[in-house]
Design a protein around this ligand. Structure first.
Ligand code: ZN
Length: 265
């Protein structure tokens, strides 16, 4: 397979690593919000996440609470559709949008893809059906048409164990050709998923704050641990990602500062 996998930054935020992890002194760090576009066989164009929403958020008090706790740094240039156009790509040519989970820094650009098929795990569909502040989902970020959008719902029973870097990972082979496996990477949010692209690059979403912080997950402080959907599963996922990375598969987290756009050399 010889597809392309490109990375774009659609907004960012900052966190104090010392407040997140015990024994961490690296200070305040920027966390860009990455989106990943895969050009695969048969003209398929698959986007993984959509970054922050630009412009005004019509998200009420929930949005105000969220923005206070995790202030986004975002301007018009961070719009995912604009990023694609700047790279010579028509946003309307995106055929599929895989959502790792539903946090605001991952779904802000959903409204830019009215003609795409949205790939959602059952856990995400459950969360959407009953959004609560606890899940950090802001219904106002989703366009009116979203409930009627073309959708590929991945039921839990569809996930079958695949061997990935020596680890058995429940996965759905999205196009039945091995090019794009949607991986269950539980813990961060109900139904959180990643993707293994051409068996070479693993998009890990928010399974960890950064690929260099996967090993630090056992040192998570109480508060950042408490906001995970399932902290034990989150820790187990991090352990699995370490093994997979050691086996030579490139693990990329959504908030990595990559400094490069092409991920499949
Ligand atoms: Zn998240």
């Amino acid at each position: 397979m010889t597809g392309r996998l490109r990375h774009y930054v659609c907004g960012r935020t900052t966190h104090d690593l010392g407040a997140m992890f015990r024994g961490e002194s690296r200070g305040v760090r920027e966390f860009p919000s990455g989106v990943f576009l895969y050009d695969g066989p048969d003209g398929r164009r698959v986007l993984f996440d959509t970054g922050y929403a630009t412009g005004e958020w019509r998200t009420g008090w929930r949005g105000a609470v969220y923005r206070r706790l995790l202030p986004p740094i975002v301007d018009d240039t961070d719009d995912v559709a604009r990023r694609l156009r700047e790279d010579g790509l028509d946003p309307a040519s995106v055929t599929h949008v895989v959502l790792s989970h539903l946090h605001p820094d991952h779904v802000g650009g959903v409204s830019r893809f009215p003609d795409a098929t949205f790939v959602l795990s059952a856990g995400l569909a459950r969360t959407l059906a009953s959004p609560r502040l606890r899940t950090a989902v802001l219904p106002g970020l989703f366009p009116d048409w979203f409930p009627r959008a073309r959708r590929r719902l991945l039921e839990d029973a569809e996930f079958r164990d695949h061997e990935v870097g020596g680890v058995r990972v429940p996965a759905v082979d999205l196009f039945d050709d091995g090019s794009y496996l949607v991986l269950a990477l539980p813990g961060h949010a109900d139904g959180h998923v990643g993707a293994l692209v051409e068996g070479r690059v693993l998009l890990a979403g928010d399974a960890a704050w950064g690929s260099d912080l996967i090993g630090a997950v056992p040192r998570l402080r109480a508060l950042p641990r408490a906001v995970q959907f399932d902290a034990d599963a989150y820790a187990a996922t991090a352990l699995a990602l370490r093994t997979i990375s050691n086996a030579g598969i490139r693990v990329v987290c959504s908030h990595d500062a990559l400094g490069a756009t092409e991920l499949l050399p």
